[in-house]
Design a protein around this ligand. Structure first.
Ligand SMILES: *Cc1c(COP(=O)(O)O)cnc(C)c1O
Length: 448
């Protein structure tokens, strides 16, 4: 299911007219669909029903408490990458015993905190970290449950910034060293070996890299099962989503259409199930983007239209500080008018049903959609064919639910945007827009 659709030329999120949400909470506004998130979770959970499995939502994709609660209530565990994320998950009422703790640079404070809270597993990324955790746990008279993150050295075929399973990446321990490191770990007094972990990257749109990585690590997993009676194998997250045609194909067959979903959940599970079933272990998955990416949009209003000799710029009220993906990764986001812009026809009135009429000939033109931030990298689309837009028009930047708000900053002293959640015909504010006073609240005058 996909819950953004046009009805009478107006964009809806589930049963809520998004214009109403934008007017109530202002723009820029992140708007999420609860049913879409739950539907994605359920589809993955159902597809894996023949396996002993646990889905640990990768919190970093979207950390809003209301979303963590939705997933907690659906039965999810959580994959965290910092003490801050552990704090958020506990704050959302989740059980730390269902949390795995990843990340290459865990601090003393974070390790102590996670030990005290009783996380399910520390996913360890280096021998230095293993030694450090052993020391800290010893001092606390505790045993730290651990898994090594193994780097299988496979090509994930994704953007270089989000590829993590190649030997030149900073993540994990090389497959050929892993058995030795496990042996060392088995002799450490304050370490208890619990599993194996891998995560090869993000926005992966083919099943082959996942299968290749699982098959490469499987012999080690079987060996560890015999030697140390490990409980689990975590295969990480990384399943990609559609960023193109996410609204155009928002019909009933959305999940089975290759256009809207480059790699469907079923195709992914069908591919990984055989090698995983053979292992006879508990399988953990850590999806982030898959669960929340297509479930959110960024609503923004057109401020000005600016034409230069070479270009036409549509300047919107959202900037790279609100959604950095295009600037950081050169990512594509579909951008659609919230009121469908139709060709002028003699019968209909300008304010009639079926969306607003185009000011011009109903033609499209090539434009750049840019934000107000003082950087040339502050763009959402370049040379994109779009309908004739006017100042005041509301636009939806689609598929902004993952790695959107969480990467927002105050650059240019722009307050963080608000977030709202839709469920059925109801919409609730789940994070207030930051105020100007909050921008300077934590600053302290130097008392030299
Ligand atoms: C980021 C991350 C994930 C989630 O990745 P997605 O592409 O959002 O599914 C899972 N596991 C680890 C260890 C991560 O760092």
């Amino acid at each position: 299911m996909h819950s953004f659709h046009y009805c009478d030329g107006r964009l809806f999120c589930e049963d809520v007219d998004v214009t109403v949400a934008a007017e109530r909470f202002g723009t820029p506004l992140y708007l999420y669909s609860a049913s879409t998130i739950l539907d994605h979770y359920q589809r993955l959970d159902d597809a894996l029903s023949s396996l002993d499995h646990s889905i640990c939502y990768a919190v970093k994709a979207n950390t809003n408490r209301a979303i963590l609660r939705l997933l907690r209530d659906a039965g999810a565990g959580f994959d965290i990458v910092s003490g801050g994320e552990l704090f958020r998950v506990i704050n959302a009422g989740a059980d730390p015993a269902k949390c795995t703790f990843a990340g290459v640079g865990k601090s003393h404070q974070e390790i102590e905190y996670a030990l005290e809270q009783g996380v399910y597993s520390f996913n360890i990324e280096s021998e230095a970290e293993l030694d450090y955790i052993n020391e800290i746990a010893s001092a606390k008279n505790q045993r730290a449950p651990i898994a090594l993150r193994v780097n299988p050295d496979v090509e994930a075929q994704t953007h270089q910034y989000i590829s993590t399973g190649k030997s030149e990446n900073k993540f994990g321990i090389a497959l050929e060293w892993a058995a030795k490191v496990y042996e060392r770990a088995s002799k450490m007094p304050a370490i208890s070996i619990r599993g194996v972990q891998m995560h090869i990257g993000s926005q992966i749109t083919e099943a082959a890299p996942f299968v290749a990585a699982i098959e490469k690590i499987a012999p080690l997993v079987s060996e560890l099962k015999i030697k140390y009676a490990i409980e689990f194998f975590s295969i990480g997250g990384g399943l990609g989503i559609a960023y193109e045609s996410s609204i155009a194909s928002g019909s009933g067959d959305w999940w089975t259409s290759q256009r809207s979903h480059p790699l469907t959940i079923q195709q992914y599970v069908d591919a990984i199930l055989p090698p995983l079933t053979r292992l006879g272990l508990r399988i953990l998955l850590e999806p982030g983007r898959l669960l929340v990416g297509n479930a959110g949009i960024l609503l923004t209003r057109v401020r000005y239209i600016k034409e230069t000799a070479q270009k036409k710029f549509v300047i919107i009220d959202a900037g790279m500080n609100d959604l950095i993906r295009p600037a950081l990764y050169g990512s594509y986001h579909e951008i659609v008018p919230v009121e469908k812009i139709t060709e002028p026809s003699p019968q209909s009135s300008p304010s009639g049903r079926g969306g607003r009429e185009a000011a011009g000939e109903g033609k499209t033109n090539k434009i750049d959609v840019v934000g107000p931030v003082c950087e040339s990298g502050d763009f959402f689309a370049q040379d994109r064919e779009m309908p004739e837009l006017r100042a005041g028009d509301l636009l939806a930047v689609m598929s902004a639910g993952a790695y959107g708000f969480v990467m927002a900053s105050n650059y240019n002293s722009r307050p963080l945007p608000a977030e709202a959640l839709v469920r059925g015909d109801k919409v609730a504010l789940i994070r207030k827009r930051q105020t100007l006073a909050e921008l300077t609240r934590d600053e302290v005058d130097a008392s030299f």
